[in-house]
Design a protein around this ligand. Structure first.
Ligand SMILES: Cc1cc2nc3c(=O)[nH]c(=O)nc-3n(C[C@H](O)[C@H](O)[C@H](O)COP(=O)(O)OP(=O)(O)OC[C@H]3O[C@@H](n4cnc5c(N)ncnc54)[C@H](O)[C@@H]3O)c2cc1C
Length: 220
């Protein structure tokens, strides 16, 4: 059994280029591409957002790769304008050599007491033992997946346009969502804020969430 931490792999974003592309596309509405200056994208895009002229944000998209638990991707896949490719529990057989003959679980970030954490860990160990035993009895991944818990680690590729990222992050970096989602979405939002301030400055997040629990952001 492996207990691992979640992470988000993000392409190094050229935020200025992306924002300038959006400005150029949006200025088609007014045929004012001729007014574009080196820094005009910032004021222009903030104005578009303030006025609700948000369809212009759909001209650029960002793809990320996540290592997260099943519970987290269950929540993310509710967002209908985002696209997903997710490791299949029907095809991946964790009892095979390729997966090290073991199941990987995401370390929970919301179990503050040792006793509760130990109970969770025992439970995951029992599940893994049953999974391996069932596989030895000939159970197929379709059957094996029936006993996988929310904590099971999975890899997810996720793409959304800038409009959907703003919407999704405003919901999923909020304190009302599960900690395992905040853990992933808050550091991602902070990265987007740094690289594309005109687009993400106004997106709120739970500032009380413990930054020591943030998932690692891996730039590629
Ligand atoms: C704190 C929290 C708790 C939640 N609890 C539950 C729960 O207990 N049970 C549960 O089932 N879900 C729950 N959800 C999921 C939630 O109801 C939404 O399904 C999910 O957040 C996707 O958001 P969305 O519908 O705004 O957006 P997206 O699918 O990301 O769509 C973006 C926007 O497009 C528009 N849109 C998309 N599709 C339609 C449509 N068919 N008709 C009209 N407009 C549309 C809407 O304006 C929408 O806001 C919860 C979400 C949060 C954040």
């Amino acid at each position: 059994m492996q207990i691992i931490k979640p992470w988000v792999e993000v392409p190094a974003i050229d935020g200025i280029k992306l924002m300038k592309n959006l400005e150029r596309a949006a200025k088609q509405c007014y045929r004012t591409q001729g007014n574009i200056k080196d820094d005009s994208y910032d004021h222009f895009l903030r104005n578009c957002i303030n006025r609700g002229h948000e369809s212009v944000l759909e001209h650029e998209k960002i793809t990320v790769r996540l290592k997260c638990d099943i519970g987290a991707y269950k929540d993310l896949t509710r967002h209908r304008h985002a696209s997903f490719s997710i490791e299949s529990t029907r095809y991946c057989n964790y009892s095979k050599e390729k997966f090290g003959n073991e199941i990987a679980f995401i370390e929970p970030c919301n179990m503050e007491t040792d006793a509760v954490y130990e109970m969770w860990k025992n439970c995951m160990e029992n599940i893994e033992q049953c999974y391996i035993k069932m596989a030895k009895e000939g159970a197929l991944p379709d059957q094996l997946r029936m006993i996988l818990p929310h904590s099971t680690a999975a890899e997810v590729v996720m793409t959304a346009n800038i409009r959907e990222w703003r919407h999704l992050l405003s919901l999923r970096a909020d304190s009302h969502t599960h900690p395992s989602i905040q853990q992933l979405m808050i550091p991602l939002l902070l990265y987007f804020k740094k690289e594309m301030p005109a687009l993400f400055d106004a997106v709120p997040y739970n500032e009380q969430f413990d930054s020591k629990k943030y998932a690692e952001i891996k730039l590629i």
